[in-house]
Every structure is written in C-alpha cells, then in structure tokens.
Design a protein around this ligand. Structure first.
Ligand code: NAG
Ligand code: NAG
Ligand code: NAG
Ligand code: NAG
Ligand code: NAG
Ligand code: NAG
Ligand code: NAG
Ligand code: NAG
Ligand code: NAG
Length: 893
C-alpha cells in the first residue's frame, strides 16, 4: 500500500517539479483524501499530529472497473477523538504561555490515520510535502517549518510512519506506540515516545503471572506488531519460569464472525482461567462482545495498557487486572471538551452527529440564518423545540451524556499525548533560545526557529528534560523511551453496578528487581465468589506421596500424579521421582515419609506370649505335681520303676520350661539356650523312654546300681550334648534381623547357624523317638497292669502326630507365629507324653487307691492273662524281645 502511494508520489513529483521540463510525461496518479485539523495561518512553527479517529477504512467494493480512490473512514472513536482534542488543548495552552515559546505561535496539522497503515502513510507523506498530491523529498511553498510528528496511534502505524520519517530524519514523538520493536535506533532513528516500552509491560505481566502462581495461561494477541511482540516477550519470560501456554490465539485485524467463533470456542474449551491479551481495544471488542453473549464470564483477563481503561470493553469482565500508564488530571481540559462548537470543521460535525445520532443540517441552516438560539442550559429555545427526529441544532447539551469522550477520570493516553506535545514545545523552546556562539551544531552554531532542519530539532528533542505542567512529572528520553512505570488496575463493580478502575498496585521497571512489583492483595476483587486469586493450573500440584507422571504430547505443566510404590516415598510437592526407603525403613501409609519398620518378635508381654508362658508353667507344675503323686503310691510306682518315671518327668519339666526361652526378643544366648535345651530335653525324654525297655530287666532282676541304669540314658545324652557343643562352638545359633521376609516388618528371629547341624541334632531326636516308638510298639502286647506299653505307644503316636503336623504349620506361618507354632508343638508333645504315660497311673493313685497294692497288681494281672507274671516280669520279657529285635536289626545291617 505504502509503496503504491510512494510510486504515485514519485510521479506526482515529476509533475510538480519546478525544473521539470517534460511536464507532458508526468501525470497525477492519485489524490489522498485525508480528514483532520489544520491551523497553519500566521504560525511560526507547525507540529504534526496523527490520531486513529476512525476505527477502520470503509471496505473497498473490489470494483476494478473505475479509478480507485482513497478509501473513506468509518467507525467514529470517541476515545481517540479525545486524544486529538488533548493535542489541540496542549497547543492552545502553550500558545497562551509566556514562559514557553513566548514569541512563537504553534500551528498544527493533524490527520486521521483511521487505524490503518495505508492512511497513516498517506498522512505522513501529505504532512511532509504539504500536499495531498504528495511529491516525496520536496516540500513546496513557503509555509512555516514543520517541527515533529506527534503520533501515530498504534504500534504498527508508528512503525510505518517512522520508516518514512526516518528517511528525512524527521522526529516523531509517539504517545501510544509501545511495541518493543520500535526501540531499535538502527531502524527507527528518529522515533521517541512518551509511553513506556512494552518490554517493561511484558516483564510486568510475566511477573504478575508468577506472583499468583498461575502456570496455565492462554494468550490472545492482535495481528499486529503490538500484539505479536508483546506476547512473544511475555511468553519467553514465563516459559523460562515453567509456565505453560494453554492456547495462543491471534485476533485478525478484520475479523469475520467465523474467526471470532473459532477463538471463542478455543477460550471456552481451554481450561486456563487466566487469559493475557495484547491487543488494542478496537481489535478486541468484537471478541469480548461475543464472549459475553455466550456467557463466558468465568475467566480472569490480564489487560495491557491499550485496553485496560477503554470504554469499548463492555463493563462485564469484573476482576480483570491490567497495567495502565500514568494517569494525570489536566486542569481545564474537561471545560475545553465541553465547550465545543460543532460547526468548526467536518470532524467535529461528525463527532456531534455520531454523539447525538442526528444530522446537523438543520442547525447549520439556523446558524447561517442567525436564528440560532442557545441558552446557558443548553436547551433549545422555543422556536426549535419541536425539532423532528434525527435532526439537531448543535445546541444539545453534551454534559448530560455519559460518553467516554467526556470521561476525564482516566486520562492516561490523553496525558501521554499532552506530554508528547509539551516535549516538542520544550525542544523548540530550547532551539529558539540557543545562545549564539554556544550552539551545538557545526561548531557552536544555533538553529533558526523560523527555518530549521528536522535533524536539528531531533537533537533538542533527544536531550529535552522538563517538568510536565500540573503534575510535576519529569520527562526525558532515555534512548528514546521513558520510565517503565505502570499502575496495576483492577476492574471492580461498584454498588450501582458500574465498573470502576481501582488501582491495586504499581510496577516500576527502573527499580531494583525485587521492588519492581507492588501488589496490594487485599484490594483485589477477583472474578469469583471466593476472595482468593483464581487458580490456573493444568494439573493440580502432586502431593507428597505421589510423583509427576508426564503425559505424552502435552505441555510439562500437564501431568498425572502417580502414587509412590510401597517402600518408596516423596516428601515434597511435585516430586519428579519417588525415593526408595532404606533397608530398615518402610514408607508410611501416605508414602510421604520413611518410617522404621515394625520390629516383630513374640514378646513376653503380649497375650499370646503370656498364654504360652502360662501353659508351659502349668505343664511344668503338673509334671512336678505328678512327681509328688508318684511318691505316694509306692507299689505301683515300684512296679513301674520310679527312676524311669522320675527321669521322664524331669525331662518333661525341661521341655516345658525350655519353651519359655523361645519367647522374648531373640538374643544370641536365648537362641542357643532354647535350641540346645529343646534338643537335650527331648533327647533325655526319649532316651528315658527307650532306656525303660532296654535296661529295665537288669534293674528288676539284678538290682543294678543307679548309675548303671542311667548309663544308657547318659550315653544318648552325651552324644546329643557333644553334638550340641560342637554346634555351639562352630556355628552357633544367633539372633538376626530378617528384613526380606516381610516388607513392612523386621522380624527378629534366631538363625540356626548351620542347617546341617540342626538337622543332625533333631534327626537324632527323631531317631530316638522312632526307636522309642518301635520298642513301645513291640512291648504293647505284653500284659501288665496298666498297659504301660500301650500308653507309651499311644504317647509316642501323639508325639509324632504333633511334630508331623508341626511341619506344614511351621512352614505356612511367618514371623512371630513361627515361634508360637514351635512352642505349641513343644507344649503339645510334652502334654501328650505326660498325659498318655502318667494319666492312667495318677488315676489309679488318686481315684482308686485301693488298687494300689502288691496284691492288686498280681491278681489283676492273673485275671487278665492267666499267667502269674508281674509288671516287671512282663516288662523284662518285653525288653528281652526288644533287645533281640535290636540285635537282629543290628545283624541285618
Ligand atoms: C474524500 O472523503 C470524503 C468523506 O470522507 C468524501 O465526501 C469525498 O468525496 C472524498 N474525496 C475524494 C476525492 O475521494
Ligand atoms: C499476596 O498473594 C501472594 C500469592 O497469593 C502471596 O504470595 C503474597 O505473600 C501475598 N502478599 C501479601 C502482602 O499478602
Ligand atoms: C466456566 O463456567 C462453566 C459453567 O459455568 C464451566 O463449565 C467451566 O468449566 C468454567 N471454566 C473455568 C475455566 O472455570
Ligand atoms: C446467557 O445467560 C442468559 C441469562 O442468564 C440467558 O438468557 C442466555 O440464554 C445465556 N446465553 C447463552 C449463549 O448461554
Ligand atoms: C435554564 O433556563 C431557564 C430559562 O431560560 C432559566 O430560568 C434557568 O435559570 C436556566 N438554568 C441555569 C442553570 O442557567
Ligand atoms: C439513530 O437514529 C435512527 C433514526 O433516527 C435510529 O433508527 C437508530 O437506531 C439510531 N441509532 C442509535 C445508535 O441510536
Ligand atoms: C450518567 O452517569 C450518572 C452517574 O454516573 C448517572 O446518574 C446518569 O443517569 C447517567 N446518564 C446517562 C444519560 O446515562
Ligand atoms: C521508580 O524507581 C526509580 C528507581 O528506584 C525511582 O527513581 C523512580 O522515582 C520510581 N518511579 C516512580 C514513579 O516511583
Ligand atoms: C525428604 O527426604 C529426604 C530423604 O529422606 C531428606 O533428605 C529431606 O530432608 C526430606 N525433605 C523434607 C522437606 O522433609
């Protein structure tokens, strides 16, 4: 577009070139059609201005059959019209001042850029050349010199104009172009601005997003340099800090309903609650309107300075946070806005007609016929009261309207315009008051205010430093930019349902990094019922006890929380990995700490332990009481050999009591004691039973001394004792911590030391038991009074049953119950033997003492089998038989 005009202009240049000889070869290709304000008559210097008074150019009808004309503009913008008035107001003010440019009247040329690059370029060329049939590189006529251009609205407009102005070293002071791309002195050597660079704003928004812990945000950017650069800077900064972008939409300049629908759909479907928008109000308003129509109100918007206080936004986005440039009140400005005569120029007429939705034709007629009647109230005088609809007189009262144009509560960009005009004025002032001989140019030269070059003014502009009237803010350009200071604005509904812009903090880009942002949390009203800031995260934090699991193909902020496995923990939020607990530790239920494993052993104090102690003590007591009972009834005891009984009873006491050693926390000594005591106790017990059969004949018949009787028992015991001794010395049993059997417990148990030894030792006991059983089995047929043989056989059967059933029970239990099973087996087998062998005898001794006589023994025996054999005799016979069997077995071997 620019290029087209440029070329057209080049040709026009030929046409108007004074020295052009071949006039016939050039012809005018286009005439720009611009609207605006102009007052250059009798002025010393002219300041340019460019404002996007209209929102767009009228769409071309695409007709290529006729001469294309410069497009018209449409969509009157009251807000930017106010900016224009601010420039006029400032020039007026400066012209009235005595201290600033006292002898120099400023003129102005202001063009409407229509928010469009092509119009901005048209305006720039027209301004530079002074003609709407632009001849580039030449300015014809002898009007006052041009100072600087104040403008041109949005960033992409300024970029376009700055490129052209840069060619002529013509200074430009922008009041609302914030794009960071404009900071390049290489590309835009003459560009200055009175509004902060967006770099600060992107940083500030990023800081705010991080401040509230939002890690999941959507972004919407206008399809221009302002939006693209702003969002790019913002994204770079937050992504570095681990924030993820939920969606990134671009608002088209000319938005079709389909585009808007698509973006609305994205916003509705996205889970991000925070949406950062880098866009002008004009571009954004169709989207906001559509979102509100669809009742999408539960998002929090982060606004940039371009739309944060714009009335174009329907005031329903309560809770919006935004950054706004400095605000000021300009005394006299409101009066100036209200004291407006609609008939001065076409733009003001259009303003009036748009404002009141009427046409001024009637009023113009009245005015020309000098019948205009306007009273102080602004009401119409009697003769025009019956005015038809759609017509107005120009006497309407503007003060009664709540139009954004008259709203001077949020003078931010307006104030920026005001500062820009003052900056140019101060630069001109300095230029004018250059002391001859002390000037900066060409070795102490000064420039002449009536005829200076733009680059000379540029020098003064760059170095200008002044205090803005009424506010005392000091302005100077640091590399073309001003200080990055923003107020943080929160949109809040006031009691009457209107939106109010409440300042909740500020951001000072020049302060130390930690002091830059200052937010008063309590004063923010959020777009939700709760008082807390909304949470905008893709996935909620992973609690301790879980770890982050990435989701394939999704941003890092979206993850699943995977519980730690047993034995693993995570003790921080958002842990990436679970930590394995140490050997002695295990994870707690929540998996957020390692806790020592439970130490398990069968304690004395617990019910099971107490029960077992009671049972074994009871067993031992019963056994001891049997000893006393046996003492009483001599005949029967004699008949059954007291020594045999007593040694058997003694060994049973040992086995009963040794079970106690299995209880309690295993210690090395208790491991040894329990196993050895058990082995020896059983060896003693079984060898006693067996000895009863092998040795008894000798006792009865030859009354061999005691030691002879015990010789065999002791020989068995010796063997076992020596084996145990070797075991204890070589590979003694010891207590161990078993950490592998169960995850959550450490089992304290006895390690046998050597499996081979313990097998040998208990195999020996088993061998004795088998022998005892065999002997008893053989002897069971021999008759005696108390069926001694049968009792022992039965006792041994019980013994075997107990120990055989012990094996599967033992193998199928774990931990302390293994010990309990072991003790039960010991107790059960001991009780079995005790009961089977001694219960019948005790029965006779206690219940039927009359049978306990020598006589009763014999006749009883006689009646039973007819032969006069006593118990002893029968035992002896049995023993002989057993001996024979043993010898034959030995021979067989
Ligand atoms: C210029 O624009 C105005 C309205 O903005 C229109 O009335 C006029 O015809 C246009 N002139 C040309 C030459 O296009
Ligand atoms: C403000 O809120 C943020 C996040 O909620 C918190 O980190 C900060 O401490 C709060 N500051 C004050 C002054 O309450
Ligand atoms: C917004 O509200 C709608 C229903 O009112 C709900 O379905 C949706 O999830 C909400 N969105 C967010 C981001 O909270
Ligand atoms: C929005 O809400 C209003 C009232 O709550 C309702 O009448 C309207 O149908 C809703 N519009 C949509 C698009 O859901
Ligand atoms: C408004 O006009 C009426 C009639 O002309 C007049 O009496 C009244 O004082 C005026 N009001 C103001 C505020 O000037
Ligand atoms: C302007 O007035 C016309 C007729 O007088 C009417 O049809 C139209 O709706 C009005 N527009 C607005 C925005 O009030
Ligand atoms: C303008 O605003 C004031 C208060 O803000 C209100 O009282 C008045 O009714 C409004 N007028 C119009 C025409 O909306
Ligand atoms: C911003 O911070 C700088 C450095 O601390 C300070 O000089 C300046 O006055 C601050 N600006 C405002 C508006 O407070
Ligand atoms: C988390 O556990 C590790 C290892 O157990 C420990 O070093 C660290 O101090 C723990 N951190 C917290 C916050 O408890």
């Amino acid at each position: 577009m620019e290029i087209r005009h440029f070329l057209l202009g080049l040709c026009a240049f030929c046409l108007f070139h004074r020295r052009a000889s071949a006039e016939s070869t050039c012809n005018l290709k286009a005439k720009f059609n611009l609207s605006g304000y102009k007052d250059v008559e009798k002025k010393k210097v002219v300041i340019g201005g460019m404002f996007p008074i209209h929102k767009r150019i009228a769409s071309n009808d695409g007709n290529t059959l006729r001469l294309p004309v410069s497009s018209d503009c449409e969509g009157f913008n009251f807000r930017t019209f106010r900016w224009t008035q601010a420039m006029l107001f400032a020039i007026n003010e400066i012209n009235k001042r005595e201290d600033l440019l006292p002898n120099t009247d400023l003129g102005y040329v202001i063009y409407d850029s229509c928010f469009t690059i092509s119009k901005a370029v048209e305006g720039t060329l027209t301004y530079l050349t002074g003609q709407d049939e632009a001849v580039p590189n030449y300015r014809c006529g002898d009007g006052p010199p041009l100072a600087a251009l104040v403008g041109a609205g949005g960033s992409d407009l300024s970029i376009a104009t700055a490129r052209i102005l840069g060619l002529y070293h013509f200074p430009q002071v922008s009041y609302s172009s914030t794009c960071s791309a404009l900071e390049s002195k290489f590309q835009f050597p003459t560009f200055l601005r009175t509004i902060p660079n967006d770099k600060h704003q992107s940083t500030a928004i990023a800081k705010m997003v991080l401040h509230f812990g939002w890690t999941w945000v959507g972004t919407i950017a206008a399809d221009d340099d302002y939006g693209k650069y702003g969002i790019k800077d913002f994204k770079e900064q937050v992504e570095e800090a681990g924030v993820c972008i939920s969606f990134s939409e671009t608002l088209p300049k000319v938005s079709s309903p389909e585009d808007i629908q698509r973006i609305v759909q994205t916003v509705v479907e996205a889970t991000a609650k925070i949406i950062v928008v880098f866009s002008s109000d004009v571009d954004l308003s169709p989207l906001i309107t559509e979102l509100l129509r669809q009742n999408v109100t539960n998002r929090t918007w982060i606004a940039t300075e371009a739309w944060v206080t714009s009335a174009l936004m329907i005031s329903l986005l309560g809770g919006t946070l935004g950054f706004a440039v400095k605000r000021a009140s300009i005394p006299g400005f409101q009066r100036y806005l209200l004291d407006m005569d609609p008939y001065t120029d076409p733009l003001t007429e259009e303003f009036w007609e748009t404002l009141f939705n009427c046409t001024l034709d009637y009023g113009r007629a009245l005015r020309t016929s000098k019948q205009k009647a306007r009273d102080v109230n602004g009401t119409l005088s009697g003769e025009v009261r019956g005015l038809p609809d759609g017509l107005c007189t120009g006497c309407e009262s503007v003060a009664k309207l709540n139009n954004t144009y008259f709203d001077v509560s949020q003078l931010r960009i307006t104030y920026s315009v005001y500062k820009a005009v003052y900056a140019v004025a101060h630069a001109l002032h300095n230029l004018e008051h250059c002391k001859e001989g002390q000037g900066p140019f060409n070795g102490k030269d000064c420039a002449d205010i009536t005829d200076f070059e733009p680059w000379q003014l540029m020098y003064y502009l760059k170095n200008v430093r002044f205090k803005v009237p009424h506010t005392d803010e000091e302005i100077y350009f640091d590399k073309g930019d001003v200080e990055g200071f923003y107020e943080i604005i929160n949109w809040q509904f006031s009691s009457n349902g209107e939106i109010s812009y409440v300042i909740v903090g500020h951001y000072n880009g020049s302060a130390a990094p930690e002091d830059r942002m200052n937010i008063l949390n309590d004063s923010i009203v959020w777009n939700s019922e709760v008082l807390e800031p909304p949470r905008s995260v893709c996935s909620e934090n992973c609690q301790p006890g879980t770890r982050k699991g990435i989701r394939q193909g999704e941003p890092v902020c979206c993850f699943d929380c995977i519980p730690c496995a047993d034995g693993e923990i995570s003790n921080t939020s958002n842990a990436r990995e679970c930590i394995l607990c140490g050997v002695d530790d295990w994870s707690n239920d929540a998996h957020d700490a390692c806790v020592p494993k439970i130490i398990e052993f069968l304690a004395f104090g617990e019910p099971l332990g107490i029960t077992l102690i009671v049972i074994s003590a009871f067993g031992a007591l019963v056994t001891i009481s049997v000893v006393f009972i046996m003492n009483v009834g001599t005949p029967l005891v004699k008949a059954n050999d007291a020594l045999l009984s007593f040694s058997l009873l003694f060994s049973l006491v040992v086995t009963f009591l040794c079970s106690i050693f299995f209880l309690g926390q295993p210690q090395n000594w208790s491991c040894m004691t329990s196993q050895v005591a058990l082995a020896l106790g059983f060896a003693f017990c079984l060898s006693s039973i067996m000895s009863g059969y092998t040795l008894l004949p000798h006792c009865v018949e030859s009354l061999t001394p005691l030691w002879a009787f015990y010789k065999d028992i002791f020989s068995f015991l010796y063997t076992q004792g020596i084996a145990c001794g070797v075991w204890l010395i070589m590979l003694p049993p010891h207590s161990i911590k078993n950490t592998s059997a169960k995850n959550i417990k450490i089992i304290l148990e006895c390690d046998e030391g050597s499996v081979v030894f313990i097998c040998c030792i208990f195999s020996y006991d088993i061998l004795l038991a088998l022998l005892a059983f065999i002997f008893a089995f053989i002897a069971r047929k021999l008759e005696d009074n108390f069926s001694e043989g049968k009792c022992i056989t039965f006792g041994m059967l019980v013994f075997f049953i107990v120990w055989i059933s012990f094996v599967p029970a033992y193998l199928s239990t774990r931990g302390k119950f293994m010990v309990a099973v072991q003790i039960f087996a010991i107790l059960a087998s001991s009780f079995g033997l005790l009961t089977c062998i001694f219960l019948p005898k005790c029965y006779i001794l206690l219940v039927k003492p009359e049978c306990n006589t020598e006589e009763m023994m014999r006749p009883h025996a006689k009646t039973r089998d007819g032969t006069a054999t006593g118990t002893s005799a029968s035992l002896a016979t049995a023993a002989t038989e057993v001996n024979a069997t043993i010898s034959s077995m030995a021979i067989d071997d």
